[in-house]
Design a binder for this molecule. Structure first.
Ligand SMILES: Nc1ncnc2c1ncn2[C@@H]1O[C@H](COP(=O)(O)OP(=O)(O)OP(=O)(O)O)[C@@H](O)[C@H]1O
Ligand SMILES: [Mg+2]
Length: 507
Protein backbone atom coordinates (compact mmCIF):
# COMPACT_ATOMS: atom_id res chain seq x y z
CA UNK A 1 0.00 0.00 0.00
CA UNK A 2 3.01 2.24 -0.11
CA UNK A 3 2.62 4.51 -3.10
CA UNK A 4 4.82 7.24 -4.46
CA UNK A 5 3.86 9.98 -2.09
CA UNK A 6 3.01 8.48 1.27
CA UNK A 7 3.73 5.76 3.79
CA UNK A 8 0.87 3.63 5.07
CA UNK A 9 1.05 3.34 8.84
CA UNK A 10 -2.30 1.90 9.87
CA UNK A 11 -6.04 2.34 9.94
CA UNK A 12 -8.07 4.68 12.07
CA UNK A 13 -11.24 3.48 13.76
CA UNK A 14 -14.72 4.90 14.06
CA UNK A 15 -16.33 5.37 17.49
CA UNK A 16 -17.87 1.88 17.17
CA UNK A 17 -14.35 0.54 16.46
CA UNK A 18 -15.05 -0.34 12.82
CA UNK A 19 -12.57 0.51 10.06
CA UNK A 20 -12.52 4.17 9.11
CA UNK A 21 -9.65 5.03 6.78
CA UNK A 22 -5.98 4.53 6.02
CA UNK A 23 -3.55 6.75 7.91
CA UNK A 24 -0.43 7.85 6.09
CA UNK A 25 2.68 9.93 6.42
CA UNK A 26 2.96 12.24 3.45
CA UNK A 27 6.53 11.97 2.20
CA UNK A 28 6.67 15.62 1.27
CA UNK A 29 6.17 16.42 4.95
CA UNK A 30 8.55 13.72 6.11
CA UNK A 31 11.09 16.46 6.92
CA UNK A 32 8.64 18.21 9.22
CA UNK A 33 9.78 15.91 11.98
CA UNK A 34 7.81 13.64 14.24
CA UNK A 35 7.24 12.21 17.67
CA UNK A 36 6.53 8.68 18.84
CA UNK A 37 5.61 8.38 22.50
CA UNK A 38 4.10 5.83 24.83
CA UNK A 39 4.70 3.84 27.99
CA UNK A 40 6.85 0.71 28.03
CA UNK A 41 5.57 -2.08 25.83
CA UNK A 42 2.89 -0.08 24.07
CA UNK A 43 4.31 -0.38 20.55
CA UNK A 44 6.83 2.44 20.05
CA UNK A 45 9.57 0.29 18.57
CA UNK A 46 7.18 -1.38 16.15
CA UNK A 47 5.90 2.04 15.06
CA UNK A 48 9.48 3.14 14.50
CA UNK A 49 10.09 -0.07 12.57
CA UNK A 50 7.18 0.40 10.18
CA UNK A 51 8.06 4.04 9.65
CA UNK A 52 11.68 3.11 8.88
CA UNK A 53 10.43 0.39 6.49
CA UNK A 54 8.21 2.89 4.73
CA UNK A 55 10.93 5.49 4.33
CA UNK A 56 13.40 2.88 3.10
CA UNK A 57 10.94 1.60 0.49
CA UNK A 58 10.40 5.15 -0.66
CA UNK A 59 14.16 5.48 -1.19
CA UNK A 60 14.83 7.55 1.93
CA UNK A 61 17.86 6.50 4.01
CA UNK A 62 17.19 6.11 7.71
CA UNK A 63 19.39 6.35 10.79
CA UNK A 64 18.11 4.90 14.05
CA UNK A 65 19.42 3.65 17.37
CA UNK A 66 18.55 0.17 18.59
CA UNK A 67 18.30 0.43 22.34
CA UNK A 68 17.23 -3.10 23.16
CA UNK A 69 18.41 -4.99 20.12
CA UNK A 70 14.84 -5.65 19.02
CA UNK A 71 14.98 -3.30 16.05
CA UNK A 72 17.67 -5.43 14.41
CA UNK A 73 14.92 -7.68 13.06
CA UNK A 74 14.29 -5.08 10.39
CA UNK A 75 17.19 -6.64 8.50
CA UNK A 76 15.34 -9.96 8.18
CA UNK A 77 12.26 -11.17 6.37
CA UNK A 78 9.15 -11.18 8.57
CA UNK A 79 7.08 -14.30 9.24
CA UNK A 80 3.33 -14.81 8.99
CA UNK A 81 2.57 -15.11 12.71
CA UNK A 82 -1.15 -15.30 13.55
CA UNK A 83 -1.39 -12.02 15.46
CA UNK A 84 0.45 -10.16 12.73
CA UNK A 85 -1.75 -11.56 9.98
CA UNK A 86 -4.81 -10.71 12.07
CA UNK A 87 -3.60 -7.14 12.49
CA UNK A 88 -2.89 -6.87 8.76
CA UNK A 89 -6.52 -7.84 8.15
CA UNK A 90 -7.83 -5.30 10.65
CA UNK A 91 -5.97 -2.46 8.96
CA UNK A 92 -6.79 -3.75 5.44
CA UNK A 93 -3.16 -4.25 4.54
CA UNK A 94 -3.66 -6.47 1.52
CA UNK A 95 -1.51 -8.11 0.37
CA UNK A 96 0.55 -8.37 3.56
CA UNK A 97 4.01 -8.91 2.12
CA UNK A 98 7.20 -9.81 3.91
CA UNK A 99 10.46 -8.13 3.20
CA UNK A 100 13.99 -7.76 4.53
CA UNK A 101 15.55 -4.33 4.52
CA UNK A 102 19.02 -3.12 3.55
CA UNK A 103 20.61 -2.54 6.94
CA UNK A 104 24.04 -1.25 7.91
CA UNK A 105 24.88 -2.01 11.53
CA UNK A 106 27.01 0.48 13.45
CA UNK A 107 28.45 0.37 16.94
CA UNK A 108 30.52 2.93 18.83
CA UNK A 109 32.34 0.02 20.41
CA UNK A 110 32.82 -1.79 17.10
CA UNK A 111 31.31 -5.01 18.43
CA UNK A 112 27.83 -5.27 16.97
CA UNK A 113 28.46 -3.23 13.88
CA UNK A 114 30.99 -1.18 12.01
CA UNK A 115 32.90 1.13 14.33
CA UNK A 116 31.58 4.65 14.24
CA UNK A 117 33.98 7.42 15.14
CA UNK A 118 34.32 11.17 15.34
CA UNK A 119 37.38 13.27 15.95
CA UNK A 120 37.75 15.50 18.97
CA UNK A 121 37.85 18.60 16.80
CA UNK A 122 34.65 17.62 15.04
CA UNK A 123 32.96 17.14 18.36
CA UNK A 124 33.94 20.64 19.44
CA UNK A 125 34.23 22.17 22.91
CA UNK A 126 30.50 22.64 23.60
CA UNK A 127 29.54 19.01 23.04
CA UNK A 128 32.68 17.71 24.71
CA UNK A 129 32.00 19.82 27.77
CA UNK A 130 28.48 18.44 27.83
CA UNK A 131 29.76 14.92 27.41
CA UNK A 132 32.17 15.39 30.29
CA UNK A 133 29.70 17.34 32.39
CA UNK A 134 32.19 20.15 32.93
CA UNK A 135 31.63 23.18 35.09
CA UNK A 136 31.50 26.58 33.49
CA UNK A 137 35.10 27.34 34.47
CA UNK A 138 36.27 24.04 33.05
CA UNK A 139 34.30 24.64 29.88
CA UNK A 140 36.13 27.95 29.58
CA UNK A 141 39.43 26.10 29.71
CA UNK A 142 38.16 23.64 27.10
CA UNK A 143 37.35 26.53 24.77
CA UNK A 144 40.82 27.92 25.27
CA UNK A 145 42.32 24.50 24.58
CA UNK A 146 40.55 24.39 21.22
CA UNK A 147 41.75 27.89 20.39
CA UNK A 148 45.31 27.01 21.21
CA UNK A 149 45.05 23.87 19.10
CA UNK A 150 43.84 25.97 16.17
CA UNK A 151 46.46 28.65 16.59
CA UNK A 152 49.33 26.25 17.04
CA UNK A 153 48.22 23.87 14.32
CA UNK A 154 47.70 20.94 16.66
CA UNK A 155 45.28 18.43 15.25
CA UNK A 156 42.90 17.04 17.86
CA UNK A 157 41.79 13.61 16.73
CA UNK A 158 41.62 11.22 19.64
CA UNK A 159 41.57 11.30 23.43
CA UNK A 160 45.33 11.13 23.75
CA UNK A 161 45.64 14.27 21.61
CA UNK A 162 43.41 16.09 24.03
CA UNK A 163 45.27 14.60 27.01
CA UNK A 164 48.60 15.72 25.58
CA UNK A 165 47.31 19.20 24.84
CA UNK A 166 45.90 19.56 28.35
CA UNK A 167 49.18 18.43 29.89
CA UNK A 168 50.97 20.99 27.76
CA UNK A 169 48.49 23.66 28.80
CA UNK A 170 48.98 22.80 32.47
CA UNK A 171 52.74 23.30 32.00
CA UNK A 172 52.19 26.69 30.43
CA UNK A 173 49.29 27.76 32.63
CA UNK A 174 50.83 31.07 33.68
CA UNK A 175 51.82 32.14 30.19
CA UNK A 176 48.44 31.11 28.77
CA UNK A 177 46.46 32.79 31.55
CA UNK A 178 48.16 36.04 30.66
CA UNK A 179 47.14 35.60 27.05
CA UNK A 180 43.65 34.08 27.22
CA UNK A 181 42.35 34.62 30.71
CA UNK A 182 42.06 32.21 33.54
CA UNK A 183 43.69 28.84 32.90
CA UNK A 184 44.22 27.30 36.32
CA UNK A 185 46.06 24.06 36.93
CA UNK A 186 43.22 22.69 39.09
CA UNK A 187 40.62 23.18 36.35
CA UNK A 188 42.91 21.62 33.75
CA UNK A 189 43.55 18.78 36.19
CA UNK A 190 39.83 18.28 36.68
CA UNK A 191 39.28 17.99 32.93
CA UNK A 192 42.15 15.53 32.67
CA UNK A 193 40.59 13.35 35.35
CA UNK A 194 37.21 13.44 33.64
CA UNK A 195 38.93 12.35 30.45
CA UNK A 196 40.33 9.33 32.24
CA UNK A 197 36.84 8.38 33.37
CA UNK A 198 35.59 8.76 29.83
CA UNK A 199 38.39 6.56 28.61
CA UNK A 200 37.60 3.88 31.16
CA UNK A 201 34.03 3.87 29.87
CA UNK A 202 35.25 2.91 26.42
CA UNK A 203 34.97 6.31 24.77
CA UNK A 204 38.53 6.01 23.47
CA UNK A 205 37.17 3.78 20.70
CA UNK A 206 34.85 6.47 19.58
CA UNK A 207 37.29 9.34 19.20
CA UNK A 208 39.64 9.02 16.27
CA UNK A 209 39.84 8.18 12.61
CA UNK A 210 38.56 7.18 10.17
CA UNK A 211 35.64 9.33 11.23
CA UNK A 212 32.18 8.58 9.93
CA UNK A 213 31.49 9.91 6.47
CA UNK A 214 27.98 11.28 6.35
CA UNK A 215 27.64 9.90 2.82
CA UNK A 216 27.81 6.39 4.28
CA UNK A 217 24.55 6.82 6.16
CA UNK A 218 22.88 8.33 3.13
CA UNK A 219 23.23 5.37 0.82
CA UNK A 220 20.56 3.85 -1.31
CA UNK A 221 20.53 0.40 -2.84
CA UNK A 222 20.63 -0.28 -6.55
CA UNK A 223 16.93 -1.08 -6.48
CA UNK A 224 16.23 2.37 -5.07
CA UNK A 225 15.66 1.66 -1.40
CA UNK A 226 17.11 3.76 1.38
CA UNK A 227 19.70 2.07 3.59
CA UNK A 228 18.68 1.74 7.21
CA UNK A 229 21.60 2.45 9.54
CA UNK A 230 21.00 0.75 12.86
CA UNK A 231 23.21 1.87 15.74
CA UNK A 232 23.66 -0.80 18.41
CA UNK A 233 22.88 1.13 21.55
CA UNK A 234 22.37 -1.46 24.30
CA UNK A 235 25.89 -1.11 25.70
CA UNK A 236 25.99 2.54 24.80
CA UNK A 237 22.96 3.21 26.98
CA UNK A 238 25.08 2.44 30.01
CA UNK A 239 26.68 5.78 29.28
CA UNK A 240 23.61 7.84 28.43
CA UNK A 241 25.59 11.02 28.09
CA UNK A 242 27.84 9.53 25.43
CA UNK A 243 24.76 8.22 23.64
CA UNK A 244 23.03 11.59 23.67
CA UNK A 245 26.15 13.55 22.77
CA UNK A 246 26.93 11.22 19.91
CA UNK A 247 23.48 11.55 18.36
CA UNK A 248 23.58 15.26 18.84
CA UNK A 249 26.94 15.39 17.13
CA UNK A 250 25.58 13.35 14.25
CA UNK A 251 22.62 15.65 13.89
CA UNK A 252 24.88 18.70 13.90
CA UNK A 253 27.19 17.08 11.33
CA UNK A 254 24.24 16.48 9.06
CA UNK A 255 23.25 20.04 9.56
CA UNK A 256 26.74 21.34 8.78
CA UNK A 257 27.43 19.13 5.80
CA UNK A 258 24.20 18.99 3.88
CA UNK A 259 23.28 21.75 1.50
CA UNK A 260 20.15 23.83 1.79
CA UNK A 261 17.45 22.21 -0.35
CA UNK A 262 14.15 23.73 0.75
CA UNK A 263 11.05 21.55 0.46
CA UNK A 264 11.47 18.32 -1.46
CA UNK A 265 9.09 15.57 -2.57
CA UNK A 266 10.59 13.44 0.15
CA UNK A 267 13.31 13.74 2.80
CA UNK A 268 16.96 13.04 2.06
CA UNK A 269 17.38 11.29 5.37
CA UNK A 270 15.26 10.45 8.35
CA UNK A 271 16.83 10.32 11.76
CA UNK A 272 15.13 8.54 14.67
CA UNK A 273 16.23 9.65 18.10
CA UNK A 274 15.16 6.96 20.56
CA UNK A 275 15.16 7.70 24.31
CA UNK A 276 15.17 11.34 23.27
CA UNK A 277 14.67 12.53 26.84
CA UNK A 278 18.38 11.80 27.43
CA UNK A 279 19.14 14.67 25.12
CA UNK A 280 17.47 17.14 27.41
CA UNK A 281 18.00 15.64 30.83
CA UNK A 282 19.78 18.26 32.94
CA UNK A 283 21.11 19.86 29.79
CA UNK A 284 22.15 23.50 30.11
CA UNK A 285 19.89 26.02 28.46
CA UNK A 286 22.42 26.92 25.76
CA UNK A 287 22.48 23.34 24.64
CA UNK A 288 18.69 23.04 24.56
CA UNK A 289 18.59 26.24 22.54
CA UNK A 290 21.12 24.83 20.09
CA UNK A 291 19.15 21.62 19.73
CA UNK A 292 16.02 23.60 19.12
CA UNK A 293 17.85 25.63 16.50
CA UNK A 294 19.32 22.62 14.73
CA UNK A 295 15.98 20.80 14.70
CA UNK A 296 14.30 23.87 13.25
CA UNK A 297 16.90 24.50 10.57
CA UNK A 298 17.75 20.95 9.55
CA UNK A 299 14.34 20.65 7.94
CA UNK A 300 15.43 22.74 4.99
CA UNK A 301 18.36 20.39 4.48
CA UNK A 302 15.85 17.64 3.84
CA UNK A 303 16.40 15.83 7.13
CA UNK A 304 13.44 14.65 9.20
CA UNK A 305 14.06 14.09 12.90
CA UNK A 306 11.74 11.78 14.81
CA UNK A 307 11.95 11.72 18.57
CA UNK A 308 10.95 8.55 20.36
CA UNK A 309 10.33 8.83 24.07
CA UNK A 310 8.09 7.52 26.81
CA UNK A 311 6.69 10.79 27.96
CA UNK A 312 5.92 13.88 25.91
CA UNK A 313 6.78 16.02 28.96
CA UNK A 314 10.39 14.92 28.47
CA UNK A 315 10.75 17.12 25.43
CA UNK A 316 11.05 20.90 25.80
CA UNK A 317 8.03 22.74 24.48
CA UNK A 318 9.94 24.65 21.81
CA UNK A 319 11.22 21.39 20.36
CA UNK A 320 7.87 19.65 20.74
CA UNK A 321 6.22 22.42 18.75
CA UNK A 322 8.33 21.48 15.72
CA UNK A 323 7.42 17.81 15.62
CA UNK A 324 4.67 17.64 13.03
CA UNK A 325 3.90 13.94 12.60
CA UNK A 326 2.70 12.35 15.81
CA UNK A 327 2.12 8.84 17.04
CA UNK A 328 0.97 8.69 20.65
CA UNK A 329 0.73 5.24 22.18
CA UNK A 330 -0.88 4.50 25.53
CA UNK A 331 0.22 6.27 28.69
CA UNK A 332 -0.53 5.30 32.25
CA UNK A 333 -2.28 7.83 34.41
CA UNK A 334 -1.96 6.74 38.03
CA UNK A 335 0.16 9.49 39.53
CA UNK A 336 -0.50 13.24 39.23
CA UNK A 337 2.60 13.59 37.07
CA UNK A 338 1.35 10.86 34.76
CA UNK A 339 -2.05 12.53 34.59
CA UNK A 340 -0.32 15.76 33.73
CA UNK A 341 1.60 14.00 30.94
CA UNK A 342 -1.63 12.59 29.54
CA UNK A 343 -3.23 16.02 29.51
CA UNK A 344 -0.19 17.57 27.87
CA UNK A 345 -0.10 14.86 25.25
CA UNK A 346 -3.84 15.26 24.62
CA UNK A 347 -3.53 19.04 24.33
CA UNK A 348 -0.97 18.83 21.57
CA UNK A 349 -3.48 17.23 19.18
CA UNK A 350 -6.09 18.83 17.00
CA UNK A 351 -9.21 17.53 18.79
CA UNK A 352 -11.59 15.02 17.28
CA UNK A 353 -15.24 15.49 18.33
CA UNK A 354 -15.74 11.72 18.23
CA UNK A 355 -13.71 11.01 21.36
CA UNK A 356 -11.96 12.54 24.32
CA UNK A 357 -8.27 12.50 23.64
CA UNK A 358 -7.04 12.26 27.24
CA UNK A 359 -9.35 9.34 28.02
CA UNK A 360 -8.38 7.56 24.82
CA UNK A 361 -4.66 7.79 25.58
CA UNK A 362 -5.13 5.73 28.72
CA UNK A 363 -7.26 3.15 26.93
CA UNK A 364 -5.20 2.43 23.83
CA UNK A 365 -4.27 -1.20 23.21
CA UNK A 366 -0.77 -2.39 22.34
CA UNK A 367 0.13 -1.32 18.82
CA UNK A 368 -2.70 1.18 18.82
CA UNK A 369 -2.07 4.92 18.89
CA UNK A 370 -3.50 8.37 18.55
CA UNK A 371 -2.17 9.55 15.24
CA UNK A 372 -2.01 12.96 13.67
CA UNK A 373 0.05 13.47 10.55
CA UNK A 374 0.60 16.64 8.59
CA UNK A 375 -1.95 17.03 5.83
CA UNK A 376 -2.30 19.43 2.97
CA UNK A 377 -0.34 22.65 3.45
CA UNK A 378 1.42 21.06 6.40
CA UNK A 379 -1.53 21.41 8.77
CA UNK A 380 -1.86 18.68 11.43
CA UNK A 381 -4.76 16.34 10.75
CA UNK A 382 -7.51 15.86 13.29
CA UNK A 383 -6.33 13.21 15.75
CA UNK A 384 -7.45 9.65 14.97
CA UNK A 385 -7.48 6.50 17.00
CA UNK A 386 -5.37 4.20 14.85
CA UNK A 387 -4.34 0.57 14.74
CA UNK A 388 -0.73 0.49 13.57
CA UNK A 389 0.12 -1.89 10.74
CA UNK A 390 2.32 -4.92 11.41
CA UNK A 391 5.91 -4.81 10.11
CA UNK A 392 7.03 -6.57 6.92
CA UNK A 393 10.36 -7.42 8.48
CA UNK A 394 10.99 -9.62 11.48
CA UNK A 395 9.55 -8.58 14.82
CA UNK A 396 12.28 -8.89 17.43
CA UNK A 397 16.04 -9.39 17.49
CA UNK A 398 18.31 -11.26 15.09
CA UNK A 399 20.90 -13.83 16.12
CA UNK A 400 24.61 -12.95 16.47
CA UNK A 401 25.26 -15.17 13.45
CA UNK A 402 22.74 -13.33 11.31
CA UNK A 403 24.29 -10.06 12.41
CA UNK A 404 27.79 -11.20 11.49
CA UNK A 405 26.67 -12.11 7.99
CA UNK A 406 25.05 -8.74 7.42
CA UNK A 407 28.08 -6.88 8.73
CA UNK A 408 30.37 -8.89 6.45
CA UNK A 409 28.24 -8.11 3.41
CA UNK A 410 27.78 -4.44 4.12
CA UNK A 411 28.82 -1.75 1.64
CA UNK A 412 31.19 -0.14 4.17
CA UNK A 413 33.05 -3.33 5.07
CA UNK A 414 36.75 -2.57 5.46
CA UNK A 415 36.27 1.16 5.52
CA UNK A 416 36.08 1.75 9.24
CA UNK A 417 37.35 -1.46 10.76
CA UNK A 418 40.95 -0.29 11.24
CA UNK A 419 41.88 2.69 13.37
CA UNK A 420 44.14 5.18 11.62
CA UNK A 421 46.43 7.07 13.96
CA UNK A 422 48.17 9.76 11.99
CA UNK A 423 50.36 12.51 13.35
CA UNK A 424 48.34 14.85 15.52
CA UNK A 425 48.64 16.84 18.74
CA UNK A 426 49.90 13.91 20.80
CA UNK A 427 52.71 13.03 18.42
CA UNK A 428 53.62 16.64 17.73
CA UNK A 429 53.77 17.63 21.38
CA UNK A 430 55.68 14.49 22.20
CA UNK A 431 58.12 15.29 19.45
CA UNK A 432 58.53 18.86 20.64
CA UNK A 433 59.21 17.73 24.17
CA UNK A 434 61.68 15.20 22.87
CA UNK A 435 63.40 17.76 20.70
CA UNK A 436 63.81 20.08 23.63
CA UNK A 437 65.24 17.20 25.59
CA UNK A 438 67.56 16.19 22.76
CA UNK A 439 68.83 19.71 22.32
CA UNK A 440 69.74 19.77 25.95
CA UNK A 441 71.42 16.40 25.78
CA UNK A 442 73.29 17.42 22.70
CA UNK A 443 74.57 20.54 24.34
CA UNK A 444 75.95 18.41 27.12
CA UNK A 445 77.40 15.70 24.96
CA UNK A 446 78.82 17.47 21.92
CA UNK A 447 79.45 15.57 18.70
CA UNK A 448 78.58 12.12 19.91
CA UNK A 449 77.56 11.48 16.29
CA UNK A 450 74.60 9.62 14.77
CA UNK A 451 71.85 11.53 16.49
CA UNK A 452 69.33 10.29 13.96
CA UNK A 453 67.70 6.89 14.05
CA UNK A 454 66.70 5.16 10.90
CA UNK A 455 64.44 2.22 10.28
CA UNK A 456 64.80 0.18 7.08
CA UNK A 457 61.83 0.78 4.79
CA UNK A 458 60.47 3.47 7.04
CA UNK A 459 60.80 6.28 4.51
CA UNK A 460 59.18 4.23 1.74
CA UNK A 461 55.92 4.08 3.59
CA UNK A 462 55.83 7.48 5.19
CA UNK A 463 57.12 9.42 2.22
CA UNK A 464 59.73 12.09 2.64
CA UNK A 465 57.16 14.78 3.46
CA UNK A 466 56.24 12.98 6.63
CA UNK A 467 59.74 12.16 7.75
CA UNK A 468 59.99 12.49 11.47
CA UNK A 469 62.97 13.10 13.59
CA UNK A 470 62.57 9.78 15.29
CA UNK A 471 63.42 8.94 18.81
CA UNK A 472 64.01 5.86 20.82
CA UNK A 473 60.59 5.75 22.37
CA UNK A 474 58.56 5.99 19.21
CA UNK A 475 60.57 3.86 16.81
CA UNK A 476 58.45 0.76 17.21
CA UNK A 477 55.33 2.80 17.57
CA UNK A 478 56.10 4.75 14.42
CA UNK A 479 56.75 1.60 12.43
CA UNK A 480 53.34 0.21 13.35
CA UNK A 481 51.66 3.51 12.65
CA UNK A 482 53.27 3.90 9.27
CA UNK A 483 51.63 0.68 8.16
CA UNK A 484 48.26 1.65 9.55
CA UNK A 485 48.53 5.11 8.08
CA UNK A 486 49.07 3.80 4.60
CA UNK A 487 45.64 2.15 4.89
CA UNK A 488 43.91 5.42 5.66
CA UNK A 489 42.50 7.33 2.75
CA UNK A 490 40.74 10.38 4.09
CA UNK A 491 43.54 12.47 5.47
CA UNK A 492 42.79 15.81 3.88
CA UNK A 493 39.06 15.66 4.31
CA UNK A 494 39.24 15.16 8.04
CA UNK A 495 41.26 18.31 8.48
CA UNK A 496 38.67 20.34 6.64
CA UNK A 497 35.92 18.80 8.72
CA UNK A 498 37.87 19.54 11.84
CA UNK A 499 37.83 23.21 11.07
CA UNK A 500 34.21 23.47 10.03
CA UNK A 501 32.52 20.61 11.70
CA UNK A 502 30.98 21.33 15.01
CA UNK A 503 28.08 23.04 16.63
CA UNK A 504 30.39 24.83 18.94
CA UNK A 505 31.97 27.19 16.47
CA UNK A 506 28.98 29.46 16.57
CA UNK A 507 28.12 29.25 12.93
N1 LIG B 1 1.74 -2.52 15.11
C1 LIG B 1 1.80 -3.68 15.74
N2 LIG B 1 1.34 -4.79 15.16
C2 LIG B 1 1.45 -5.97 15.79
N3 LIG B 1 1.96 -6.14 17.02
C3 LIG B 1 2.42 -5.07 17.65
C4 LIG B 1 2.39 -3.79 17.05
N4 LIG B 1 2.92 -2.91 17.90
C5 LIG B 1 3.30 -3.61 19.00
N5 LIG B 1 3.00 -4.91 18.86
C6 LIG B 1 3.28 -5.96 19.86
O1 LIG B 1 3.63 -5.36 21.09
C7 LIG B 1 4.93 -5.72 21.50
C8 LIG B 1 5.63 -4.56 22.18
O2 LIG B 1 5.81 -3.51 21.26
P1 LIG B 1 7.14 -2.62 21.24
O3 LIG B 1 8.32 -3.44 21.42
O4 LIG B 1 7.05 -1.78 20.01
O5 LIG B 1 6.89 -1.72 22.53
P2 LIG B 1 7.76 -0.48 23.05
O6 LIG B 1 6.82 0.62 23.30
O7 LIG B 1 8.88 -0.26 22.13
O8 LIG B 1 8.30 -1.02 24.42
P3 LIG B 1 9.62 -0.57 25.23
O9 LIG B 1 9.34 0.76 25.81
O10 LIG B 1 9.70 -1.63 26.27
O11 LIG B 1 10.74 -0.60 24.26
C9 LIG B 1 5.60 -6.18 20.21
O12 LIG B 1 6.63 -7.09 20.45
C10 LIG B 1 4.45 -6.80 19.46
O13 LIG B 1 4.23 -8.12 19.89
MG1 LIG C 1 10.93 -0.36 22.36
Amino acid sequence: MVDETSIFIGASRKPDDSYQRAEEVLLRYGNRHGLVTGATGTGKTVSLQILAEGFSNAGVPVFCADIKGDLSGISMMGEAKDFLVKRAGEVKLDPYQFQEFPVIFWDLFGEQGHPIRATISEMGPLLLSRLMNLTEAQEGVMNIAFRIADEEGLLLLDLKDLQALLANIADRADELSARYGNVTRPSVGAIQRTLLVLESQGAANFFGEPALRIADIMRTTRDGRGAISVLAADKLMMNPRLYATFLLWLMSELFEELPEVGDLDQPKLVFFFDEAHLLFEDAPKVLIDRVEQVVRLIRSKGVGVYFVTQNPLDTPEKVLAQLGNRVQHALRAYTPREQQAVRTAADTFRPNPDFDCATAITQLATGEALVSMLEDKGVPAMVQRTLIRPPSSRLGPITPDERRKIIAGSPVTGQYDQVVDRESAFEILQKKAKEAQDAEAQAQQQNSGGSRWTIPGFDDVLGSGNRRSSNRQTVAEAAIKSVVRSVGSSVGRAIVRGILGSLARGR
